[in-house]
Design a protein around this ligand. Structure first.
Ligand code: IMP
Ligand code: MG
Length: 174
C-alpha cells in the first residue's frame, strides 16, 4: 500500500535531460514570442522544472483535456476541460505533455491549436511510449523513450496517486 514504485528514470537523469533540452529550446526560440502550454494535470511538474532551463522571456498557459474511449476506439473523442487563457494567434506555441501513448489526445490537441493561427506550433513530450502508438504524433523535443508499461510519478498518476514522486517509476503488473 505505501510501497514506492521502482525507479525507471531517476531524479538526476530527469534533471540532466531537462537541462539539455532547455538549452536546445533556448537556442531554437531566440527572438520568438514563446508560449509554453502545459497539459494538465500530468505535465505540471515537467513544465515547472523545464522552464528553469529555458533562458528566454516566455508566457505560460495551461489546458486540461479528457479523452474518451481510449483503448477501445480511435475516434479521437477528446474534450477540452480547461482552455487556454491567452490568445495564441501570431505566437510561437510549445506544447508540453507528460507522455504520448496512443497519440490520440495529442493529435486532437495539436489540430485544435493549429486552427487558432499560431506562428509556429511544436511539441515537447517528457515520455514517449512508441509501442502503444495508434496515431502518429510529431515530437520535436523528447525526454525519454519508455516501454509499454504503466508509468507513474513526476506528474503522472494512477487513479490520482503517485504524481508527487520526484522520479519516474513503473507499476508492477498484476
Ligand atoms: P494518449 O492519447 O493515449 O496518447 O494518452 C495520453 C494520456 O494518457 C497522457 O497524457 C496520460 O495522461 C495518460 N497516460 C498514458 N500512458 C500513461 C502511463 O503509462 N501512465 C500514466 N498516464 C498515462
Ligand atoms: Mg496527460
Amino acid at each position: 500500500m505505501s510501497e514506492k514504485p521502482p525507479v525507471l528514470i531517476s531524479q538526476e537523469e530527469i534533471e540532466s535531460r531537462l537541462r539539455d533540452l532547455g538549452g536546445e529550446i533556448t537556442r531554437d526560440y531566440q527572438g520568438a514570442e514563446l508560449v509554453m502550454v502545459g497539459i494538465l494535470k500530468g505535465a505540471f511538474m515537467v513544465l515547472a522544472d523545464l522552464i528553469r532551463f529555458v533562458e528566454l522571456p516566455l508566457r505560460i498557459d495551461f489546458m486540461a483535456v479528457s479523452s474518451y474511449g481510449m483503448g477501445t476506439s480511435s475516434s479521437g473523442a477528446v474534450s477540452i476541460i480547461k482552455d487556454l487563457d491567452l490568445d495564441v494567434r501570431g505566437r510561437d506555441l510549445l506544447v508540453v505533455e507528460d507522455i504520448v501513448d496512443t497519440g490520440i489526445t495529442l493529435d486532437y490537441l495539436m489540430r485544435t491549436l493549429k486552427a487558432r493561427g499560431p506562428s509556429s506550433l511544436s511539441l515537447f513530450v517528457l515520455l514517449d511510449k512508441p509501442e502503444a502508438r495508434k496515431v502518429p504524433v510529431d515530437i520535436r523535443y523528447r525526454g525519454f523513450e519508455v516501454p509499454d508499461r504503466f508509468i507513474v510519478g513526476y506528474g503522472l498518476d494512477c487513479g490520482e496517486r503517485y504524481r508527487e514522486l520526484p522520479y519516474i517509476g513503473v507499476l508492477e503488473e498484476g
